[in-house]
Each structure stands twice: as structure tokens, then as C-alpha cells.
Design a protein around this ligand. Structure first.
Ligand code: COA
Length: 174
């Protein structure tokens, strides 16, 4: 079942407040994920990690990351937090997991990568986080995605807790 279809708002927030040149296909839209989509989202997560993180991770490191959590991790995210998908028609091409002001996960289907889907999902999450009264977005970026977040205005936090992930944040209000 589809919940919270908000095409116009999402496309506006993905392009108008963004100084970057971002190509977002006109038919791309955003909605909340449904528990019936756990397997689809899990498969996108697997493919995204295993194929798109290899710029900075070994295949073994990528596999270890992809295998962490299994489908129950996706199920918990949908049930407890907020998972929003980007879809083209009936096909989901990316998804973002948000808990309060924290971006917990972002995955784009490899064939849809580098077309602005990840950027659009982040911009939408930033809007929701600011609307809920938070001043900062926080996240832990995998090494391969640091360049992606820097480009979107995120900075790395002074204290880093791990060599495999970079704590980053961005002010979105106040
Ligand atoms: C990181 C990720 C979400 C980016 O999604 P995307 O839809 O391809 O990103 P966009 O098309 O919006 O990228 C916009 C810009 O960000 C930069 N960018 C995107 N992916 C990048 C990467 N892997 N490394 C460096 N810069 C990147 C590019 O400058 C890109 O613009 P360009 O294509 O015109 O050069 C996607 O690569 C992915 O799912 N990776 C595997 C999972 C992952 O790392 N998730 C983040 C964990 S914190």
C-alpha cells in the first residue's frame, strides 16, 4: 500500500533549494516504504553496497557491510523509524532511512546511480528534519560516500569514532 505520496513537494525541494546541477527524472517520486517492500529494499541495499562502494572498500569489506543486519534490519527501520523510497513508476530506485535528525542509511540502485536520486532523497530528508525542529542533520558516512556528502554541504565532525565511517553533520535550521 502506498502512503504519503508527495511528488510535487519532493521534486521542488530536490531542485529549487539546491545550487548543484542535479538531474532528477520528472517521473521520480517519493513516498514512505511499506513492510511488504522489505525484500526489494534489502536487494537494493545489497546491490548498492556491493557495487557502488568499491571505489573505497575491498569486495570483502563491502560484502561484510552488506551482510550486516539482514532483512530484519530493513524491517525494523520501516516499523520503528521512517523509510522513504524514490520510485520511477512502480520501480523503487533508492531509499533513505531516517531516525529523528539522523540519516541511518541511503542506498541507490546501481543502474539509477549518478542521476541525482541520492541527492534528492537527502534534500527531502533535510526538509523533514528541519520541519521537525532539529537544527542539524547527523550521519555516519561510509568512506565511499564522503565525497557525496561533502558536495551536499556536510562537514566531518571533530571527533571520529571509527576508521570505517566518518561522522558528518550539516546545519539545516537556526
Ligand atoms: C552514495 C550514493 C547514495 C549516491 O547516490 P547517487 O544517486 O548516485 O548520487 P547523486 O547522483 O545524487 O550524486 C550527486 C553527486 O554526488 C557525487 N557522488 C555521487 N556518488 C559519489 C561517490 N560514490 N563518490 C564521490 N562522489 C559521489 C558526484 O559528484 C555526483 O555528481 P555527478 O554524478 O554529477 O558527478 C550511492 O552511490 C550508493 O547507494 N552507494 C552505496 C551505499 C552508500 O554508500 N550509501 C551511503 C552510506 S552513508
Amino acid at each position: 500500500m502506498m502512503r504519503d505520496v508527495n511528488r510535487g513537494q519532493a521534486l521542488c525541494s530536490a531542485t529549487s533549494s539546491n545550487s548543484l546541477e542535479v538531474f532528477v527524472p520528472q517521473s521520480l517520486y517519493f513516498r514512505l516504504a511499506d513492510l511488504s517492500e522489505v525484500t526489494t529494499l534489502f536487494d537494493i541495499r545489497q546491490a548498492a553496497i556491493r557495487q557502488l562502494s568499491l571505489t573505497h572498500l575491498s569486495a570483502c569489506e563491502a560484502a561484510a557491510w552488506a551482510e550486516r543486519g539482514g532483512t530484519s534490519r530493513v524491517e525494523r527501520a520501516i516499523a520503528k523509524d521512517e523509510v522513504r523510497v524514490a520510485a520511477l513508476g512502480r520501480q523503487i530506485v533508492g531509499w533513505l532511512h531516517r531516525a529523528a535528525n539522523s540519516i541511518e542509511g541511503l542506498y541507490v540502485s546501481p543502474p539509477a546511480a549518478r542521476h541525482g536520486v541520492g541527492t534528492a532523497l537527502i534534500k527531502l530528508a533535510e526538509t523533514h528534519i528541519a520541519q521537525r525542529g532539529h537544527h542539524f542533520v547527523v550521519l555516519e558516512s561510509s568512506l565511499n560516500a564522503v565525497g557525496f556528502y561533502l558536495r551536499l554541504g556536510y562537514t566531518s565532525a571533530a571527533t571520529q569514532c571509527s576508521s570505517a565511517a566518518v561522522a558528518m553533520r550539516k546545519q539545516v535550521a537556526g
